[in-house]
Structures are given as structure tokens and as C-alpha cells.
Design a protein around this ligand. Sequence first.
Ligand SMILES: Nc1ncnc2c1ncn2[C@@H]1O[C@H](COP(=O)(O)OP(=O)(O)O)[C@@H](O)[C@H]1O
Ligand SMILES: Cc1ncsc1CCOP(=O)(O)O
Ligand SMILES: [Mg+2]
Length: 264
Amino acid sequence: MITAQGVSKNLQNLRNQTPLVHNITNYVVMNNTANALLSVGASPVMAHAPEEMEAMAGIASSLVINIGTLSKEWIEGMMTAGKTAHKRGIPLILDPVGAGATGFRTQTCHQIIKECKPDVIRGNASEIMALISSDVKTKGVDSTESSENAIELAKTLAKETGAVVSISGPVDYITDGASIFTIKNDIPLMPKVTGMGCTASALTGAVAAVCTDSLEAAATAMAIMAVAGEMTLPLAKGPGTFQAHFLDALYSMGDKEILQYLKL
Ligand SMILES: Nc1ncnc2c1ncn2[C@@H]1O[C@H](COP(=O)(O)OP(=O)(O)O)[C@@H](O)[C@H]1O
Ligand SMILES: Cc1ncsc1CCOP(=O)(O)O
Ligand SMILES: [Mg+2]
């Protein structure tokens, strides 16, 4: 069970421990996600050079691999960092950005899943579905499916890989293949800002660093996104001001806001 109290406790632990989160992420969101991690209370580093992947993943408290602007050169670094994380037993989060849009992305995700064994896979509905069904296509990085439609395939993906699968959308579903947590905060401006899904994955890495239960960690991160979104909505005039207010919300969020806004 995820509860508002559990989310508060995990957020408090995160702020107390300021875990180092190693992100191999895309050029579009490096700045947004580093700021979101700092705002929530984590310590981000963005690094992808193969030469330093063993060392950086070797000192981090968690690793987030995001394939958003993938190239052949980056895959070697992702594999080295991913294997290092697995060997050290630190949480590994995979964001399969654009899986189902091109075979290159889908196949790279399969390779990462097979060789690095992520603890959590966080993506939008069609990305998650494309990892298990070749019939599903993604519109670049945007979902072509509703999160409800992805539930059954997400459960199968979780059972086949041993990872918790976190599907984002107007309603988020987080499953380990047996249990499922639901977060129902639909915030229409969130998909109008690039990198909100990447931020959700980065926060999943931050929470997983301080919470040993991957299902609880993944659900807590989506809950923090949801509460920050609700806090931001009345203050934002559009996508531009949403981004700035969203960081402030991550920074100032307390027990009161979690209790008031979280819709489970
Ligand atoms: N109406 C909505 N549509 C999509 N995402 C939403 C919506 N409302 C809130 N969100 C939140 O926006 C974040 C990004 O989700 P999503 O857009 O599905 O990911 P991605 O950016 O990877 O496609 C998640 O935290 C999700 O819960
Ligand atoms: C637009 C874009 N193109 C390549 S990566 C990226 C960012 C995607 O971010 P998100 O999946 O969080 O919307
Ligand atoms: Mg995404």
C-alpha cells in the first residue's frame, strides 16, 4: 500500500540523505532534470562518457538511464554504467524514451534490460507497450495509447523482467506484476512541458536511493510529481511559467500538500 504518510516519510528521508543520482540522459532535459533533482533534495550528476562510467556509477547511490537522444557511442557507456550499478546493488531506473518509435530505441532497451536488469522501467503507455508488443508504435516521444491500455502488458513486462513497471499518463499505474498502485492526478499542462516524464524517472532514481522497496519508491516518485503538479497548476499561466513553479513546488512541498493533493 502507498499512503500519503509513506510518501512524506520517503521525501523526508530523501532530503535528509541527499543521494547522488547518476543520470545518463538526453540533451533536451539535462538542465530540467538536474534542477528538479536539486529542488526535491537530491544531488544530481549528468555524465555519459564511457571512460568514466564505471567510476561514476561506482560512487552514485542510484543510476538513471534515459535513451532520449540515443546514439551508438552512448550505448557502450550505458552498458558499463548499468552493469556497474547491478553489480553494486544500487537501484537502476530505465526510461525507454521513444521505444516503439524506432527499432534502434526498442532494441537498445531490450539490451539494457537483458544485461543490466533495471529495478524500475518508467515510461509512457506506448513506450511500455512497445517493449512487449511489436504492434505498438510511439509518436516520437509521445504516447499513442492511454495508460489504462498498457496495464496488462506492463504486468507481463514486470513478470518477465523482474522490474517494477511505472506507466505515466493522466492516471499513473505502477506494478510489480502482482500488485498495482494508481495515482489519479490528471494535470493537463504537464504533457505540454518537455521532459516531465524524464523528471519522473529521475525522481524515481532519487527515491529508490533511499527506499529499498522498488514498488514503493516508484509510486512515491509519481506521487511527488502529482502533488507538485497540483501545487503548480493554479500558479502557472502556461507551459513556460509551469516549469519554474514546478521546481518551486518540489522544493517547498511538505506533509500538508501531500495530504491535500494526492489522489490515490
Ligand atoms: N494529462 C496528463 N497526460 C500525461 N501526463 C500527465 C498528465 N497529467 C499528469 N501527468 C504527469 O506528467 C508526467 C509525465 O508523464 P508523460 O507525459 O506520460 O511522460 P512522457 O513525458 O515520458 O511521455 C507524469 O508524472 C504524469 O503523471
Ligand atoms: C522531445 C525529446 N526528444 C528527444 S528526448 C526528448 C525529451 C522527452 O522528454 P519526456 O519523455 O519527458 O517528454
Ligand atoms: Mg518520456
